[in-house]
Design a protein around this ligand. Sequence first.
Ligand code: NAD
Length: 411
Amino acid sequence: MNAFEAANYYISKASRIMNLGPRVERLLLSLEAEHHVSVPIERDNGELAVFSGYRFQHNSARGPTKGGLRYHPTLDADDVRALATLMTWKTAVVNVPFGGAKGGIACDPSQLSQGELERITRKFVERISAEIGPQRDIPAPDVNTNAQVMAWIMDQYARLHGFAPAVVTGKPVELHGSEGREAATGYGVICVAENFMRDIGNNLKGATVAIQGFGNVGMFAALFANERGAKVVAISDVSGGIANPVGLDIPALVAWTRSGRLLAEYEHDGVLRITNDVLLNWEADVLIPAALGGALRRDVALEVRAKVIVEAANAPTFPDADEIFEQRGITVIPDILANAGGVTVSYFEWTQNLQCLRWTEPEVNDRLRQIMSSAYATIRDVVRSRKLGWRTAAYIVALGRVAKAAMMRGV
Ligand code: NAD
């Protein structure tokens, strides 16, 4: 099963429970547009390189499409399809007025200079500039893209169409970005984890947490978990993982990573070196996959020891692993709820840009907490009243909202 088939598996499952019927299901499974472009640039050494660029729009029934841009060497059309679909359900779960899209470039940013990265980004925007726009489709950061890349997108779009900062979110705060956007996904992940622990009569304070991936999302999830008194006992990045049963020094590790170093190079008393596979079955109350999709396969699912998995990454769990978790009584809080904090603050950024005003960080975080807690409570009530798993409940809420909007607008 590829990533797109896995995404559609969850949709079909919820659609059957809701009796949506084949007509609506077919509409919801298909993408509205797939823009596939070539991205040629001149390398620093004078050679010409051509990359594949994608911008796919899944569904705009509830508003302009929205979703991140990923720069990764293995990115392919099926990944982008799957991730675009997820964005439709995610924006519906938190009830922000967007549809879903995703895009990216199949490239390895670690092999590119800053100048090459800028040229790739600007050429990509040139090629898709008619397909994006503040009321059409709004990109944002994802794996290996950051506020600087978003700034280039804003600038290139302005050169072609005039000043329109709402065309992209996740921009630097100095350049029409929103306070709180960088931390938003990790903040939302921990907000959901905290609500869940409270609901089962536990507390995040004192709970143990393992996090796979120490980039934007994993790092902020670790910082907020640590701030709320949880013990982060294991973390990893692409180079491998580290663990300490009494808890890792997260602020020191954030400083380490921000200085451009890998976790595999970190040495400290009491710190054990572990592999990424071992991290996933490390002894912890909460497991947070925050790297790439597909980390939790069937064989891994049989070994996981956490009580709850909070999906910070997009699509980290394959359907067969999901079934194992259900059989083993391990709760999985799905990506479309758990990592929706990023798109929620992207919505705040878009709103601020359109109105030419600025909110303070406490204002942003207060509103984010309200939206995440309200989405969490809505899904939890469906879980309880219909005795369903969290993923199915989240899809039922999302499909209901999107299907209603699509039917009212007409085919
Ligand atoms: P990032 O590029 O900032 O960080 C990715 C991290 O994963 C890095 O620490 C990297 O070393 C690590 N990694 C890469 N390959 C790995 C592997 N094979 N094993 C273990 N670790 C590995 O990306 P990010 O923005 O933090 O995104 C992480 C995940 O969260 C992705 O699935 C992304 O789609 C999802 N997500 C991101 C946002 C956002 O706002 N950035 C929002 C929602 C969902």
